[in-house]
Write a protein that binds this ligand. Structure first.
Ligand SMILES: [Zn+2]
Ligand SMILES: [Zn+2]
Length: 188
């Protein structure tokens, strides 16, 4: 069992074609591949009246409630929701970096999603943010070159970004973290 996994999608990410119908909150809770499990569906899929059922189902399953926020345009609205933490798509643009201050002001953990895949400039990210090493994306770029300069600057979390039941694992991300000499920060 891994220590924590806070980046997991379910069928609530209705417009994400990678999610399969079997990827339900109930199945993720039953598999329980991590000691601490959080669900983080796309916030833009939850705003049209789906959030209440989403939150209730996740809390009843004993899991943490997160959302994945797609950039600055969604931050003001996301700040009003009763989540335990945020996962944030920070593209390399001023508005996304600036909106991180607003999100941090909520006083909840903010995890920068797969920064190597989005071209996030970690020099512009506040040190209070947690940086993700993402099992789905970490291997797709030169992760040693990307993450090494920031080893002492941030806390890091390891995530699966699972969209399907057999993605509930973190082997590649753990390998990368170990090679980098990064110890995972346990959030909850
Ligand atoms: Zn993402
Ligand atoms: Zn995701």
């Amino acid at each position: 069992m891994v220590k924590q996994d806070l980046h997991i999608h379910t069928t609530y990410s209705a417009n994400d074609s990678a999610v399969v119908p079997e990827q339900t909150v109930a199945l993720v809770a039953a598999v329980k591949h991590a000691a601490i499990v959080g669900i983080s569906d796309h916030f833009d899929s939850l705003v049209d009246g789906y959030f209440e059922a989403y939150e209730r189902e996740i809390r009843q399953a004993g899991l943490k409630v997160g959302v994945e926020v797609d950039g600055h345009a969604w931050v003001a609205e996301a700040a009003d929701y009763n989540v335990d933490y945020y996962i944030f798509h920070c593209r390399d643009q001023d508005a996304d970096y600036h909106s991180l201050d607003r999100l941090l002001a909520c006083g909840k953990p903010v995890i920068i999603a797969h920064p190597n895949a989005l071209g996030t400039n970690l020099n512009r990210v506040p040190a209070e943010c947690l940086i993700e090493i993402n099992n789905r994306y970490v291997w797709r770029t030169d992760w040693k070159q990307f993450y090494s300069p920031f080893k002492g600057h941030f806390k890091f979390v390891i995530s699966s970004d699972a969209h399907q039941p057999h993605w509930l694992g973190q082997a590649v991300a753990y390998y990368a973290a170990k090679q980098l000499g990064i110890q995972e920060h346990i959030v909850f």
